[in-house]
Write a protein that binds this ligand. Sequence first.
Ligand code: CA
Length: 321
Amino acid sequence: MPASPIVIAHRGASGYLPEHTQEAKALAYAMGADFLEQDVVASRDDQLIVSHDIHLDRVSDVASRFPDRHRDDGRFYVRDFELQELQTLNIHERLNDDGSAAAFPGRFPLHKGRFRIVTLAQEIEMIQGMNRATGRNVGIYPEIKAPAWHRAEGVDVSALLLAMLDDYGYRSAADPVFVQCFDAAEVRRLKNELDCQLPLIQLIGENSWAESDTDYDYLRSEAGLREIAATAIGIGPWIGQLYTLANIDGQPVSTGLVKLAQQLGLAVHPYTFRADAVPPGFASYAALVQWFVLELKVDGLFTDFADKTLEALQLRPLARS
Ligand code: CA
């Protein structure tokens, strides 16, 4: 195998336990992941919370615990609750977009067990504590969620995040950390206004997802990638942007995006590798991982299944450091 790509535990070992819980993070750590991902949002009292959504209703019992606290759109927002209230919620396996069933029915059963919301500080302390106890150097990979929306709500999540990372010793490009964001204006702001010295990753979505005002079609062009390279050290594209299936035999073919980005000096960390959602064109999860590593030569992989990813890379858990 070529130089090993980094394995990033997407929301922890989220293929096995409710995403972003301490349990999911500890399991991903034990599986041998190189980095653990945190999605970062802010509470009413400006505490940084690890949650994929700005909403609480797809992963918690908030609607039954605080039935009157939704906004006009019927949704419950992390931003509308104090940390103390958030810590009383039961976190469960993610529901699908309309809230009618589990997003991944084969995973941890819905509404079983007892899981709590985690602050970013708690999670960093757990990872740093395990690093000390094991002698490993597992990194963190925080994503700033909806920065423009948060600022309109009166809180600058990026500034709070950088201050906290500094407090915990993440200060230079040599530290085990990447900071990621979908919003290209925010990535530039991190570098140019907030003087962020940490490695930045520009996430790339599809314009149809309405994730931010960023034009992702442009970002994937050579001009767009050059612009990214002025501030970020890499990109986090969706895996579907990196290949197409050939008309003749249905085999995957590179779109050229990985090569173009790497020629401009950008690392490529695509998302999301899921053993229970292997896309058409790949015979197995191992075949999927190996094609991305051997053919596309990606530099990292976001995965819900760190164990199966390391297995596909023929690396034993905990053998890496
Ligand atoms: Ca994320």
